[in-house]
Design a binder for this molecule. Structure first.
Ligand code: ADE
Length: 256
């Protein structure tokens, strides 16, 4: 996958290339990450990219130019690479919410072109002319789109074929089947009087699968019921959830 990021802070975005899953994917040439700085396209000696908002108010707005030129250059480079036009995505709190389903869709694409806004935003005429879609990573305001773009890149890259060591570890993540993840344990078997659930030591793979599904259902129900509103549970899932809730209630009683 080819990823182009338009940003005033290329070093910040390129820090993704240094470590971890994304860094490894770049070394292995599964991903190519390029950054484009609008300041490089500013014509004046101060390399101006922003200006005061019409109508007054705090903060600065990113001007149409030079941002438009930079997007044009990034687009041309990416298009040259893979033949067909690339979608231009703006990271902003006004965008559609980035969910695991959306991440899965983005991971199917050959290219991403991400534009990071700064200051109070970018001139709306630039959005109309150049932006194909807007993405938000949550209902809070960051100082700019860079961290949001980095979140998106990480979430997408780890789904690309061959990027994660164990093919299965992305399949079993939270949200993959619309549920939160089950709890995980490793050695020691007992820690400060708390033992690992016995079923995980049983070697009975069927029982382990059922326990994990039960935990995923129960955790989702107790922590994020909104995720379950549109989910059809099979009779077996309902039974597991009931079991979880009964056990959960009696644990709560014991705790009181
Ligand atoms: N830029 C500022 N806040 C943001 C958010 N929540 N998501 C995406 N981009 C942003």
């Amino acid at each position: 996958m080819r990823i182009d990021v338009v940003t005033l802070f290329p070093e910040l975005v390129q820090s993704l290339a240094q470590d971890g899953v994304v860094g490894r994917a770049i070394v292995d040439e599964r991903v190519q990450l390029a950054t484009w700085n609008p300041r490089d396209d500013a014509k004046d000696k101060h390399r101006t990219v922003d200006d005061r908002p019409y109508g007054g108010g705090p903060g600065m707005v990113m001007k149409v130019e030079p941002l438009r030129t930079t997007i044009g250059r990034a687009k041309a480079a990416a298009t040259e690479m893979a033949g067909s036009p690339v979608k231009v995505s703006l990271l902003s709190p006004q965008g559609q919410r980035l969910t695991q389903d959306a991440v899965r869709e983005l991971a199917q694409r050959q290219r991403l072109l991400l534009v990071c806004g700064r200051y109070e935003g970018i001139d709306e005429r630039l959005v109309a002319a150049e932006i194909d879609e807007e993405w938000s990573i949550g209902d809070y305001v960051l100082s700019g789109g860079e961290l949001a773009a980095m979140v998106m890149v990480d979430a997408v890259v780890r789904l690309l074929p061959g990027v994660l060591g164990h093919e299965q570890s992305a399949e079993q993540d939270s949200f993959v089947d619309g549920l939160l993840d089950c709890p995980h344990y490793t050695r020691p078997e007992e820690f400060e009087g708390h033992a690992v659930p016995g079923v995980l030591l049983s070697g009975d793979h069927g029982a382990i699968e059922r326990w994990r599904l039960k935990q995923a259902l129960g955790r989702t129900w107790t922590r994020r019921r909104d995720l379950m509103e549109h989910k059809e549970l099979t009779p077996d899932m309902k039974k597991l959830l009931d079991e979880y809730l009964n056990e959960y209630d009696s644990e709560q009683d014991e705790a009181e």
